[in-house]
Ligand binder design. Structure first.
Ligand code: PGA
Length: 306
């Protein structure tokens, strides 16, 4: 088979996006250039790899089989590049990190600090929710993932680096703030609760909390970002259960209030994780160690303040 690495990269992008247009945008190519590469690849393979019904692109059976090999080949090539980088040292390397959107509030500072120390490292950062993060892990795409609960059905090496308490937030004029004793879960469930979208790890934890208490919230509103949730709660639409790290600033300046509710905080943890079969490059290993040290230092500084 006379195939080129460029064809493999284009094929992987189209297979990942199931769209020629999106793949072209991802690769900074024109759509005809993408179509041409796929046509040439199909010619070399001798089988159609995609089929189009209506406006939708699907992988054929041959396409699905070929994708497994294409990913392996590209991964192998990346490892070769990483090993060469490792020989050059951490600063010559690159790293692909995916983080859960909730972790971003803390992780953005981590990444900035790491990049200041290793200013030649090429850093690629993707911020997404838990569901997409698990898909990325399954495809063995990122070197390192920062996430909530690691999956039990995937072979991953995961280590906690920080606690992630989920608390209840409300507007500063919320009537329940006047309560002398902690608010009960029943009272909480009578409020409109602003929830993250299905696929969010925070949402999973909140749902599990109510199931454990055998109480269903009366009214729920769904939002796909922590930022939107904070603004809506501040405007008085309802209350929300969020990671304390997403609202540190708003609590400090008095834009949001922390509501004392029985059973809270829900104590979760953040983990630094990677697939077990992943050979971490020197850069990825350095970032992993950095996250573990920084997370623990941060926890220590919080404990000293309280
Ligand atoms: P998420 O965060 O809610 O942004 O998906 C992941 C998690 O905390 O598990």
């Amino acid at each position: 088979m006379h195939i080129t690495i460029r064809q493999l990269k284009v094929f992987e992008a189209v297979a990942g996006q199931l769209s020629y247009t999106k793949a072209a945008a991802e690769l900074h190519l024109t759509q005809p250039a993408v179509s041409m590469q796929i046509k040439q690849l199909e010619g070399a393979v001798g089988l159609p790899l995609f089929e189009v019904f209506g406006k939708k692109v699907y992988l054929t059976h041959a396409g699905n089989v070929f994708l497994v090999h294409a990913r392996r080949l590209l991964e192998q090539l990346r490892l070769a590049a990483e090993e060469m980088d490792a020989i050059k040292g951490i600063d010559g390397g690159s790293i692909k990190v995916s983080i859960a959107s909730t972790v971003n509030y803390f992780a953005a500072r981590l990444v900035a600090k790491f990049c200041q120390i290793h200013d030649m490292v090429r850093f690629s950062l993707e911020v997404t929710n838990r569901k997409t993060l698990l898909e990325r892990l399954e495809q063995n795409q990122p070197d390192i993932v920062l996430m909530g609960q690691p999956p039990s059905d995937l072979d991953v090496v995961a280590e906690p680096f920080m606690t992630n308490p989920l608390i209840v937030i409300a507007s500063t004029s919320h009537p329940l703030l006047a309560s002398k004793k902690p608010v009960s879960v029943k009272q909480l469930s009578a409020e409109r609760i602003i929830l993250r979208e299905p696929g969010s790890g925070t949402r999973d934890a909140v749902e599990r909390f109510f199931i454990d208490k055998e109480i269903s919230p009366v009214s729920q509103t769904v939002m796909t970002s922590n930022e939107a949730i904070k603004q809506t709660v501040e405007a008085g639409l309802g209350v929300a259960i969020v990671s304390i790290h997403t609202v540190e600033l708003e609590l400090a300046v008095g834009r949001l209030a922390h509501l004392d509710v029985q059973g809270f905080p829900i104590n979760r943890k953040w983990y630094v994780a990677h697939r077990s079969q992943k050979q971490l490059s020197a850069t990825a290993q350095a970032f992993r160690d950095f996250v573990l040290v920084e997370g623990r230092e941060y926890e220590k500084s919080l404990a000293q303040k309280s």
